[in-house]
Design a binder for this molecule. Structure first.
Ligand SMILES: CC(C)(COP(=O)(O)OP(=O)(O)OC[C@H]1O[C@@H](n2cnc3c(N)ncnc32)[C@H](O)[C@@H]1OP(=O)(O)O)[C@@H](O)C(=O)NCCC(=O)NCCS
Length: 156
């Protein structure tokens, strides 16, 4: 019998509209903004374990750049490789969608993203296209409100 922490029965899939409330709940619990999910639903991936959505993450495309967002694993599923699988999957999806550059924002997961080849960059180093993202718009103009945020980049 698999332990409750087993990842054997975790299934990754494209997110659906009826996943939005649970994905928003996961994001809020991890202090990530549960915003503009519906508008970017086509870039979201979800992971189910025993019928429960326990992880999700998404990409938003801006011309040939992708912003990876809202990568979160429920606390009960952390440390088992799910976040890494999500990160790899989202990077592959971004490449398939034509991304040349990948960007993201993070507060606490900087070492996690470094593990996947991302480097810290400044707001000024962002290419123009992904500056249209809602996260860039808000965070670049409210640096004092969210002082601990890091912006990260890697080649796709
Ligand atoms: C960040 C997060 C998604 C990681 O998910 P996870 O399932 O626990 O991570 P994994 O078990 O897949 O770890 C994958 C690899 O990253 C490493 N890693 C995980 N968390 C790490 C961290 N905080 N710092 C450095 N490395 C880390 C693991 O050691 C593992 O390395 P390995 O492949 O050599 O074994 C999860 O902790 C989380 O949901 N945090 C809260 C939300 C958040 O901050 N999300 C990022 C917003 S952009």
């Amino acid at each position: 019998m698999p332990s409750p922490a087993s990842t054997e029965q975790v299934a990754f899939r494209i997110a659906r509209a009826d996943d939005i409330p649970r994905m928003a709940e996961l994001m809020a619990a991890a202090h990530l903004p549960p915003l503009f999910i519906e508008e970017h639903l086509d870039g979201f991936v979800a992971a189910d374990r025993a019928g429960e959505l326990i992880a999700c993450g998404g990409i938003e495309m801006y011309e040939d750049c992708a912003v990876i967002r809202s990568v979160v694993v429920d606390e009960s599923g952390r440390g088992l490789g799910l976040g890494g699988r999500l990160a790899e999957m989202l990077m592959a999806n971004a490449r398939a969608a034509g991304a040349a550059d990948l960007y993201l924002f993070t507060a606490e997961a900087l070492p996690f993203w470094q593990h996947y080849g991302f480097a810290e960059v400044t707001f000024k180093e962002w290419k123009n296209a992904p500056r249209a993202s809602w996260q860039y718009q808000f965070l670049s103009q409210n640096r004092d409100v969210v002082p601990d945020v890091h912006t990260m980049w890697r080649k796709a």
